[in-house]
Structure formats: structure tokens, C-alpha cells
Design a protein around this ligand. Structure first.
Ligand SMILES: *Cc1c(COP(=O)(O)O)cnc(C)c1O
Length: 499
């Protein structure tokens, strides 16, 4: 191997996997300090007569310092947005200000019980109503439900509202149109809602082909589902013509607003002609995510569709009081209670801390960051749609694969050795060897430049010693996993060694 390739990190750090908590410590270790007995002693064997266990339970024997180190080490082995840049496209892994956490932990919020009478939770309802109003303002779609627990759940909720509206009009329809760049949850939602998916292709610009869209629109189409900016990170410039074409056949236009990070305070899906959208507050509104939740996928709709929203909806009355109201033609509940309340408190804190100006600034900075990173990488990686992007962009390692056999997956794995979380890979499906990067507004200039430097160094390593990159990562707790087996046959149970 060349000196150059060896310059990058290759040696395992202290990250090697260690024992489980049961294997740490020694029989005499303990951190239990029980107070002195102040009641009469009881012979437990006799008291339980026959039910007492014959051998003591296998509990960990650990001192406090051992516990702290054990779990501290596990936390260190993880990679999160607090460990380093996390440019996972489509997912908006941005830094979550800690003040949002403080707000969610305020006793008055965290200690609420969902069955409390509404008179006793007026503050919580006020917060939800104000968040509904803020999201209605940001989206340009004034009627809002905070109930859905995540983005896909929001998609389903909105499509169910469309279905209810079409059915009420005596015109049930069968098809939903989605572009070939769509997030996988879109076609899944379409099926779950009992519709058929019709795919519309993107053109050479990476945008929805307007003529192709017009060709598939007919009076059997219930809706178009569109992500804007789309999953290539490009703004759909024909958006007004598209939503108009959709409305002209009596269908609804749905915006997958999972990621609003490029457009908050700049342009509003409602003004672009959309009838509904969901927002992933766990992406754009700074709620920590990854690892499966909890999340929040509020849905915003036009006034016309408000009557179908799931209930109950926190509502403000003229006298300043708050109550829960279910629209008469509501599609019903989509979740227990009112949504993931702690997540909503974080989103509210984020909106209030930034204000309208701050939200706009965050979007503008996210777009500048993505474009800066794109420019730093365009001479090394292929840029299939090489033009100004929004909050993210998609590049490809096709040329590097042809020249050196290095795939997008290899780039992603090697990036871990440099201390960065990999970007999204192999999505969207229309780009070969896709690497989708979303640096977000919370990365500094220095951090963007070091990420670009690492990606450039990896391309360099591949050209000198292709096999070296194909074997990465070298410094992580585990190397390359059999990812199919890790997902299908996970080992989640530890058993003590036989004595
Ligand atoms: C993340 C995402 C979703 C799905 O959101 P979940 O909260 O994971 O259900 C849908 N569409 C797009 C474009 C996304 O990025």
C-alpha cells in the first residue's frame, strides 16, 4: 500500500466491542446502598413457603464507576449528530438545540396525563394550537392536525382525507400519480389507502416531465403526490402548471413535505397549489430522530379539506379558552390521544426561538451549505444534475466504479473512518451509485470543508489502492456486516456461558 493511502485512519480505536453489563465487574462489586433495616426481620424462605427461588438471580455485579463507563462506552460507539457531521440526504440530521429538550422536560408538560380534563391542560392545548397556526403559516395550508406520529403516517392521513372528499362527492377514484424519484413511503401509502400507483418519469433536468404528467392525468386519478424540492434536491420549476393540471381533472395535489429545510419562510406549498402536505417535525423542526422515533408528521390542508381532518383537534374559542373538537365528517382518529406531545413541544420551541426571520435564514443557510459542498466535490464525483440545488444534492460514484471498482457503498463505509456519518446511498433509484448529501444549516464552513476533503481523499485512495477502500471501515466497532442477515436474523439476546 502506498504512503498516501496509509495516511488516512486505519487502526481500530478504543471502539472495539466489549462485554455486556453481565460480564463486567466482579462478584463482590456493587453499588447498592440499602438503608438500615427499620422493620422486624422476616425469614423469606419460610414466609414464601416453597415459592422462594432456589438460586439467586443472575444480576450484574458492578460498581457505579463500572456502570458509568460501560454505558458511556456504548454511547461513544454510536454515531450521532452530536459526534460529527451527518449529511444523510432526505433525512435532515441537523443539530437539535438543547433548549428544546429543556422545554419538553418542563414538569408542566412532561408530567401531564392524556386523560386529564381539558380545563387542567389549557397550556398544552394553547401550545398545540399555536404550533398548528405556525405550521399553517409556514405551509400556506391553514388547517392542521398534529396527530400523525411520523411522515408516512401523515401521508396516509392526507390520502384518507382526499378519499373521504372524493367519496363524499360521489366520485371515488382509483389511481394516485407519483414521480419515479419519490420516497418509498409514497407508493406504500398509495397501496395502504387502496389506490393504484401510476408512475410518472423525470426528465433530463431531474424534474417531473410535465407532458408525461398531463398524459397520465384523467378523471380516475385521485391525487398527485409530489416532493418539492424533489428527492434530487431540485425545485420543481413547473409546479404551478403541474398543480393546475391536477386540479383540472378534479384530483388533489399532495406535497410530501417531510423535508421543508430548503423552503421555510421562502415559498409555501399552499401558494404552489397544493391541497395538503405533511411535515416531518423530526426532520425540519429539530426533533432528535434516528433509531426509530418518536416522531411527528403533522398534516396541513386547505380550508376546504379541514372537515375531514382526524379529530379531536385542539381548538381556540373566542373567550380565549381551548377545547378538543372533532369535525363532523372527520376520517376519525389516526392515533391515540393528540400525537407525540413531547415532539410537538420541541417543534414549538424551535419555531418560537427562531421566529419567521430565523426560519427563513435557516433555509437559506441550508441551501448555501448544500451548494458549497456540491461545488467542492463536482470535479471528483459525477454530478448527474449539475445545477443549483436546494437543501441537498445527489452525486454519483459511477466513474469511480468504472475506473477503480469503488462503489457508493465503499465510499460510505470509508467515510466512517474519517469521522463522518455516510450520506444516503442508492437513493433516489434513478441515479446509479447515488450518494445523496444534505449537510444542513448547522454545519460550519470548516465542517463542510473537512467533509469535502475526506470525500476527496477517499476518491484518491481508490485510485491508488482500490482494494483498500473496498475493505473499509477499519476503525469502527464492527467492520462490514452482512446487512441482510443483520436485519433478518438479528441476535438480540445474550445468554450466560454454561458453567
Ligand atoms: C423521511 C421521509 C418520509 C418518511 O418519513 P417517516 O417519518 O420516516 O415516516 C417521506 N418522504 C420523504 C421525502 C422523506 O424524506
Amino acid at each position: 500500500m502506498s504512503d498516501q493511502a496509509q495516511a488516512g485512519p486505519t487502526r481500530a480505536s478504543s471502539a472495539a466491542p466489549r462485554a455486556t453489563i453481565f460480564e463486567v465487574g466482579a462478584a463482590e462489586s456493587s453499588c447498592v446502598l440499602a438503608p438500615a433495616l427499620d422493620v422486624p426481620e422476616v425469614d423469606i424462605e419460610r414466609a414464601l413457603s416453597g415459592f422462594a427461588r432456589s438460586a439467586p438471580p443472575r444480576l450484574p455485579h458492578v460498581a457505579e464507576v463500572e456502570i458509568m463507563r460501560h454505558y458511556g462506552h456504548l454511547a461513544d460507539m454510536n454515531f450521532g449528530v452530536d459526534s460529527g457531521p451527518y449529511p444523510l440526504g432526505s433525512c435532515t440530521m441537523k443539530y437539535n438545540p438543547r433548549i428544546n429538550e429543556d422545554a419538553a422536560r418542563l414538569e408542566g408538560f412532561a408530567g401531564l396525563h392524556p386523560y386529564q380534563p381539558v380545563e387542567t391542560v389549557q397550556g398544552a392545548l394553547e401550545l398545540m394550537v399555536e404550533l398548528q397556526e405556525a405550521l399553517g403559516e409556514v405551509s400556506g395550508l391553514p388547517a392542521v392536525t398534529l396527530q400523525p406520529a411520523a411522515g408516512a403516517h401523515g401521508e396516509l392521513t392526507a390520502l384518507m382525507c382526499f378519499k373521504a372528499a372524493h367519496t363524499a362527492a360521489g366520485d371515488p377514484r382509483r389511481k394516485v400519480v407519483i414521480p419515479d424519484t419519490a420516497h418509498g413511503t409514497n407508493p406504500a401509502t398509495v397501496s395502504m389507502c387502496g389506490y393504484e400507483t401510476v408512475t410518472v418519469p423525470s426528465d433530463a433536468r431531474g424534474l417531473v416531465d410535465l407532458d408525461a404528467l398531463r398524459d397520465v392525468l384523467d378523471t380516475d386519478v385521485a391525487a398527485l403526490m409530489l416532493t418539492n424540492p424533489n428527492t434530487l434536491g431540485l425545485f420543481e420549476t413547473d409546479i404551478l402548471a403541474m398543480t393546475e393540471a391536477v386540479h383540472s381533472v378534479g384530483a388533489y395535489a399532495y406535497c410530501d413535505g417531510a423535508n421543508l429545510n430548503a423552503i421555510m419562510g421562502v415559498t409555501r406549498p399552499g401558494d404552489q397549489g397544493f391541497d395538503a402536505l405533511h411535515i416531518n417535525v423530526h426532520k425540519t423542526f429539530s426533533t432528535p430522530h434516528g433509531g426509530g422515533g418518536p416522531g411527528g408528521g403533522p398534516v396541513c390542508v386547505t380550508d376546504d379539506l379541514a372537515r375531514y381532518l382526524p379529530g379531536p383537534l385542539p381548538t381556540r374559542f373566542d373567550d380565549g379558552s381551548y377545547a378538543l373538537v372533532t369535525p363532523e365528517t372527520s376520517i376519525g382518529r389516526v392515533r391515540s390521544f393528540l400525537g407525540n406531545f413531547g415532539v410537538l413541544v420541541r417543534a414549538y420551541a424551535y419555531v418560537r426561538a427562531l421566529g419567521a426571520e430565523g426560519l427563513r435564514e435557516a433555509s437559506e443557510q441550508a441551501v448555501v451549505s448544500a451548494n458549497y459542498l456540491r461545488i467542492l466535490l463536482r470535479d471528483v464525483f459525477d454530478m448527474p444534475y449539475d445545477r443549483t440545488c436546494m437543501h441537498e444534492f445527489v452525486m454519483s460514484s459511477s466513474s469511480l466504479k468504472r475506473a477503480h471498482g469503488m462503489r457508493a457503498l465503499d465510499v460510505a463505509k470509508r467515510l466512517l473512518d474519517y469521522g463522518f456519518h455516510p450520506p444516503t446511498v442508492y437513493f433516489p433509484l434513478i441515479v446509479e451509485e447515488a450518494l445523496m448529501l444534505e449537510p444542513t444549516e448547522t454545519e460550519s464552513l470548516e465542517s463542510l470543508e473537512s467533509l469535502a476533503a475526506a470525500l476527496r481523499a477517499i476518491a484518491e485512495e481508490a485510485s491508488r489502492e482500490p482494494g483498500f477502500v473496498r475493505d473499509a471501515p477499519y476503525t469502527t466497532p464492527v467492520r462490514r456486516l452482512d446487512e441482510a442477515r443483520a436485519a433478518r436474523d438479528p441476535v438480540l439476546r445474550w445468554s450466560p456461558p454454561k458453567e
